[in-house]
Structure formats: structure tokens, C-alpha cells
Design a protein around this ligand. Structure first.
Ligand code: SF4
Length: 203
């Protein structure tokens, strides 16, 4: 939320001066805010789990209680989309059916998010190359879009006897996982028209 507020301030300042925001201005503004300090303190915690659970927990305790973000090193991070395993190297998980008490089906949960987008707005989820979901993602990863998207936006359908990725953008709850996790970085998430998206009235 804070980074969104900073983005709005940067854009407002530039437009008020009759200019477009300059490249790097937003990045610098975020670095000058308390977001930077908060993230700097915890920067080494997640990468520490590359060594396993126990060493990761020990590293997290060291960072939290001893160094408090002042360790003279920064552990490297990796890009999430590079970590996907090939389908042939992975075990297929058969999830139990939702019981309607503790677990619920996907569409019931999407319904609770009150997600809505104007029907006639441009699709806010686009593909750089429309063939990749089938020739690459389906072939190698068994359509990971099915698994990481929490709203069932992506579906493989058959059109004229061939598989094709269908994007049900209306259901998108704006988590942006697809933009980050797609193994070929082929999905582009753009902000939809104003007001569209999930709406949690009780939050
Ligand atoms: S942003 Fe989230 S909910 Fe929307 S399509 Fe991507 S993964 Fe699905």
C-alpha cells in the first residue's frame, strides 16, 4: 500500500510540473521511505532457507535478535520464475476435494472476494507470445498457471482440436503471481481500469 501511495505521489508531482515521471524516480522515492529500512532489516532471512529448515531458522534468529539488519553481508536472492521444476521431475499432488467446512472450492472463494471488472474494458492480462502457454508451459511444466493462480483465471481449453490457454480475466484478484511466477515471463499484468478488481467490504 505504501509503495502504491508513493507511486501516486511521484506521478502527481511530475504531472503537476507538466512532465512525465523520470525513470528511476519511483525507485529512489521507495528507497528514501521507511519501506527501504523495513526490508533491509529482513533481507537475509528468506535466502537463508536455501540451506534447509533448521539452518534457515538459526540464520533467521541470528538476523532478528543479534544483527537486527546490520549484518555486513547481504545474501543473494533468486528470481522466483527460475525455480520451477519440470513436470516430469515432479510428483503429482492429488488434493482432497474441499469439504465445505474447512476447505472450499476455488470459485466459492473467488465469489467472496467480490471481484468485478467492467466487461468491456481491455483485458489486463496479456501474453507476449500466445503460443508459449502450450508449446512451453504445457509441454514442460504441465500448465503451472493452473496451480499458482488462486482464482482459476487460466484454463487450457480445446479449440479446433488443439489445446489453447483461455484467460478468464474477470476473475483476477490482483495478486500478480502470474507476472512473477510464469516460467517464461510471458504474462504481462497491467493495472485494470480504475475500480475493477477484488472488493473486501468488511476489511
Ligand atoms: S494476478 Fe493472481 S489472480 Fe490474477 S491472474 Fe494472475 S495469478 Fe491469477
Amino acid at each position: 500500500m505504501k509503495s502504491g501511495m508513493i507511486a501516486a505521489e511521484v506521478i502527481h508531482q511530475a504531472l503537476s510540473a507538466g512532465k512525465q515521471p523520470e525513470e528511476g524516480t519511483l525507485d529512489q522515492a521507495v528507497r528514501n521511505s521507511w519501506i527501504d529500512q523495513e526490508l533491509k532489516v529482513v533481507r537475509n532471512i528468506r535466502p537463508g532457507f536455501r540451506w534447509g529448515l533448521i539452518p534457515g531458522l538459526l540464520n533467521a534468529a541470528l538476523e532478528t535478535y543479534v544483527f537486527r539488519g546490520k549484518a555486513p553481508w547481504t545474501l543473494s536472492h533468486h528470481e522466483d520464475h527460475k525455480t520451477l521444476k519440470l513436470a516430469k521431475e515432479s510428483r503429482k499432488i492429488n488434493y482432497p476435494k474441499p469439504d465445505g467446512i474447512l476447505s472450499f472450492d476455488l470459485m466459492s472463494s473467488v465469489f467472496l472476494s467480490n471481484t468485478n471488472h467492467e466487461e468491456n474494458q481491455p483485458c489486463h492480462l496479456t501474453l507476449k507470445d500466445s503460443s508459449i502457454p502450450v508449446t512451453y508451459n504445457l509441454e514442460l511444466y504441465d500448465t503451472p498457471e493452473h496451480r499458482y493462480c488462486p482464482a482459476g483465471v487460466y484454463e487450457i481449453v480445446t479449440s479446433e482440436g488443439k489445446p489453447k490457454l483461455q484467460i478468464n480475466a474477470q476473475n483476477c484478484i490482483h495478486c500478480k503471481t502470474c507476472d512473477i511466477k510464469d516460467p517464461s515471463q510471458n504474462i504481462v499484468w497491467t493495472p485494470p481500469e480504475g475500480g475493477g478488481g477484488p472488493n473486501y467490504p468488511n476489511m
